[in-house]
Design a protein around this ligand. Structure first.
Ligand code: RIB
Ligand code: CA
Length: 318
């Protein structure tokens, strides 16, 4: 549970995924700053049946079994589900070496829980999204009134420049571009952390060994996941593993590690060639008002120092 009244009320929506898993650990290791109200799982890297169970495994190894995990949407709003086992492995968190979860997923659907929690919030809630935006978009369509209780949404997704799943699009946005369009048009206070930033946060061998040396169950799990995920990245993209999703939590904890600028971002939802592209109006050529703070730089050494410091706080026995 959060230890202080000033901790930021937070909901994380994710598709674990090794990098999602590390982001969840970073959040659960920071109860002084982050009051994690619940975790919502969505289909993305792997099917929902795995992403929700993986989220429960990670809460156990983080010593936070009390955190509720909700299963959300099993497929995108319009497109078919296209998973990424070629990057994350069949389980979604290959290399983690974790036992089955200690307790079941919550009965409520994540979208119903999101609507109910936001509707009854006594203070604005921050949403951190680490996967496709299906759950969030569905909640906004079902209950547009919840937007006023979303203090901010910080997402890992998109890119100012190149994609990773296609030449033009990043995986989270590409997976459900229609959901992303709804979220970017909802009038939320958005911070977009795209590939331009996350590719600066690479788990080099030195950084990986520093994490492994922490030696507690969570850090050992992270090292095992990065051994696998890093190898896949080198095989697929030719360079070490970028820690995409942990950048979102690091931004909530230490925004000073990042720089960016407000700009208009539109989501391509029509072109077969570029569907899912985040069209970022860097030079304000569209004449449209900015709808996102798009981050561009990260202090990578500062990020890994924060990650190592917080992983070391997680329990020595779970
Ligand atoms: O493109 C990277 C994003 O897609 C990350 O969130 C990763 O976990 C995958 O979901
Ligand atoms: Ca993810």
């Amino acid at each position: 549970m959060s230890n202080t009244a000033k901790a930021l009320p937070l909901i994380i929506d994710c598709d674990p995924g090794q990098d999602d898993a590390i982001a969840l650990m970073l959040a659960m290791a920071s109860p002084e700053e982050l009051n994690l109200l619940g975790i919502c799982a969505v289909a993305g890297n792997v099917p929902l049946v795995l992403t929700e169970a993986n989220a429960r495994r990670i809460r156990d190894v983080s010593g936070r079994p009390e955190v509720a995990v909700f299963a959300g949407c099993p497929r995108p709003m319009v497109k078919i589900l296209e998973t990424a086992e070629y990057v994350h492995g069949k389980s979604g968190i290959d290399g983690a070496g974790l036992p089955d979860p200690s307790r079941p997923v919550e009965a409520a659907h994540a979208v119903d829980w999101l609507v109910d929690t936001l509707r009854h919030a006594d203070a604005p809630i921050t949403l951190a999204t680490l996967g496709p935006l299906t759950n969030i978009a569905m909640a906004i369509v079902m209950a547009p009134d919840i937007v006023e209780n979303i203090g901010q949404l910080v997402l890992m997704g998109g890119a100012l420049s190149l994609g990773n799943i296609t030449p033009a699009a990043e995986f989270n946005i590409y997976s459900d571009p229609h959901a992303a369009h709804i979220v970017f048009e909802a009038g939320l206070k958005l911070t977009m952390i795209g590939l331009d930033v996350t590719h600066q946060a690479r788990a080099t061998p030195e950084r990986l060994e520093a994490i492994r040396a922490i030696g507690n169950p969570a850090a050992t799990c992270v090292a095992g996941m990065l051994d696998f995920y890093g190898a896949q990245y080198i095989e697929t993209f030719g360079e070490g593993a970028p820690l995409h999703d942990p950048c979102v939590i690091a931004y909530l904890l230490r925004p000073d590690l990042f720089t960016g600028q407000d700009m208009r971002v539109d989501i391509e939802i029509s072109s077969p060639l570029t569907i899912g592209q985040t069209v970022c109006d860097v030079h304000a050529r569209s004449g449209q008002a900015a709808n996102a703070n798009v981050l561009e730089k990260i202090d990578a050494d500062g990020f890994f120092a924060l990650l190592g410091e917080r992983l070391a706080l997680l329990p020595d026995t779970v």
